[in-house]
Design a binder for this molecule. Sequence first.
Ligand code: FES
Ligand code: FES
Length: 907
Amino acid sequence: MLKRTILMNGSKVTFVADAAEKLSDVIRKQLGLTGTKVGCGSGECGSCTVILNGKVVRSCITKMKKIKDNDEIITIEGVGSKDELHPLQVAWMVYGGAQCGFCSPGFIVSAKNLLDKNDNPTREEVRDWFQKNKNVCRCTGYKPLVDAVMAAAQLLRGEIEVKDIWKSLPEGASIVGSDYVRPSALAKVTGTWDFGADLGLKLPENTLHAKLVQAEVSHANIISIDTEEAKKVPGVVAVLTYKDVKGTNRINGLAFPTNKGDGLERPILNDKKIFQYGDAIAIVLAENEKAAHAGVEKVKVELEVLPAYMNAPDAMADDAIEIHPGTPNVYFNNHISKGEETSPIMQSAPYVVEDSFYTQRQPHLPIEPDVGFAYVDDDGKLIIHSKSIAIHFHALMIAEGVGMKAEDVYIVQNNTGATFGYKFSPTMEGLLGVATMATGRPVYLEFNMKQQITYTGKRSPFWTTMKLAANEDGKILALESDWSVDHGPYSEFGDLLTQRGMQFGCAGYGIPNIRGNGRTVCTNHGWGSAFRGYGAPEIMFPSEVLIDELAEKVGMDPFEFRYKNIYREGDTTPSGCKPDVYCLEELFDKSRPAYEAAKKRAAQKNANALPGKKYGVGVSVNIYGCGLDGPDSSEAWAEITPKGVSVGNSWEDHGQGADIGTLTFAHETLKPLNLKPEQIDLVLNDMTKTPNSGPAGGSRSNVVTGNATVVACQNLLESLKKEDGTYRTYEEMVAEGRELKYMGKWTAPCTDTPPEHGQGDPFAAYMYGVCVAEVEVDTASGKTNVEKMLLASDVGTIINRLVVDGQMYGGLVQGIGLALTEDFDDLRKHTTLTGCGIPTIKDVPDSLELMYTEYQRPNSLLGASGAGEMPLAAPHAAIINAIYNACGARVTHLPARPEKVLAALAD
Ligand code: FES
Ligand code: FES
């Protein structure tokens, strides 16, 4: 133990701590300064950055023994507060620097140290600084962060004032399409936005700390689990196995009727078998974290290790055993049939191309690892707080498993340090429920980054073969495809994902004749959960690369070949329905000058290149649908209050901006009341208060929940309206005894695409984009550097410009990771952010250009589609096409790490 007196944010503080303790833990847990966040816990992400004696340090790898008396530490709380913001905090809000906001305190503290030393840095110096100090952001694509630092530097130098960048809203103005700052931004940039781990420090004293005993093999029979020694560890209160689960111990995966399994194969605590590395075998519950860890070490598990099928082809082999006995490893099939039979066309067409592709098990890599807690409230209801982005779904999926009626389980979404979709599946909700039900005490569980990466779901790899035919004029005549989806051992939403292979294979092009077969395969690698784009990046990669191959065969420029074939009046989607709008032609026209300029740049660079350096340009069409398939619906409410209006919905927030989304839909609809945005109170994502708005996935929220919010506000307005056209006040409503709260429900006028033929009208709206990527390839090392990207998008009405820009930047950068570096395959290597290939700031270009058209979406009450998933639908294909354009290396299996580029070059 050591005693220290230090200067913390300018005030003297004395404390006693263990010399081996991490500085981050002391700051957060002993000194209560929770603005400093802990993401990776191992020095890779910079979310724990503080300034120690004038230098940036990562507090999670700084041990207390290094701290001396009189040391000076500055945390985010010392940079500025809500009443006295530092220019960096202002700029962070104005430039959309805080999406989920988990990285924001670390970045801002780091940037403060830079600006303290140099108040006039170049953009490249800012990027170098964040690279050197390992500040990593998974949401923003980095560009807005550099914009914010540059503006803050200008503010500090006195060249501009806050009012120059933070425009005040004119009286009565609409905020639709504006860059109105999201309501949560202030708390995020000041470190006062409490995430799950911060709330965990505020739980009652009798809260138990949970740690898991997890599998370290991928497939095994469980022979025995011995918990006796663990129970004897001082501080351990209980050690739970499947035997202690009060319910069915199964998560309901909501399987399609044609799924050959029942969707109940996923245990909460594994009982008979281990299905994947990281499966939870036991929960140790203790009075403190250390005791829980010690207990985990003492649990003995005896296993009979079985052959592990770590990819779809292996699990589909004739001699593969059934991973879930009784259910075939190929457990779901679908078939698309549009137009005429394709085989005669393939035989007679003048131009035919065929290729095989692989998209990898992309890890989501949120900077905040999974975290949650649970308790039983005074009415006997089980309340679970987690990062869930599907709170009503998840209550339904775990209730029977933990031994509760669905109506007695309530989920609350904590402020969330991003999910990108992995939380569409329940992760720890079932475990927390089991632990609380078994002990009757509140339980807290947090994952470290390795657990986050190995336990939670991943993007499912697709193994795809695709064939395209075109006529003499370069018009595409037919598509044939075959895709196998490696969904890991658990089926939940795997059938839905496989459907996406039908819906987005060569989407964007008016192809009259399509045949294809998809299947979902059970394997022993990480289970498949939703990931931004959900099926589109997997199937649009083959599509968009094969389109390039066909363009080459026809002898056309890939941009113009696409232009010739994109949706126009009379064309239909792969599902056989009319696209909601025909905007692609204008998007191409708008981006053509940039494409031509990019080609010219590449030609000039190639002419003057150093030996081994090659430059190229690639294009892709990006498309995704908004909504869960068919008649997707959502609910919201609006209530008149003495201060204005409260609006409630369950628009779960990964960090994408559910707060500003809800606010904007409500503010616009309630315009007749002339409310200021701050008079609208948001009540979000708490099943005890908010209605079933469905999950925040499939880019549905901005359409389906946006519409439900509009309807709720319209219903309120209707009741407020007097005969003379004016509106009742709250007091008048009370005096007249009128209802104060009104529900709104909206259902998409859509139909399913049955797995037998894939034809229907599945989505309320679509999002469209054209992406142009410019790359440099080092043909000696195989390394690719993305130098510039452009995304021309149409997402209908832009509800909030900052949010939409932020989604575009973030999606493009995740596309760079998908193209070049990211994977979760090797269970020894791919267990850290770096090991999984997360892009750092210098891995991505500062030159990310956005342009928009705004075709009004007929099904959206404000004309908007979603935004989040389209930018990740196919930017990786544009990059891969650019590599080919640069050096002739055609990479078809992702990621295109240097060795694959070299191998493709050798081919
Ligand atoms: S670097 Fe400290 S939490 Fe990631
Ligand atoms: S805003 Fe940077 S990680 Fe989410």
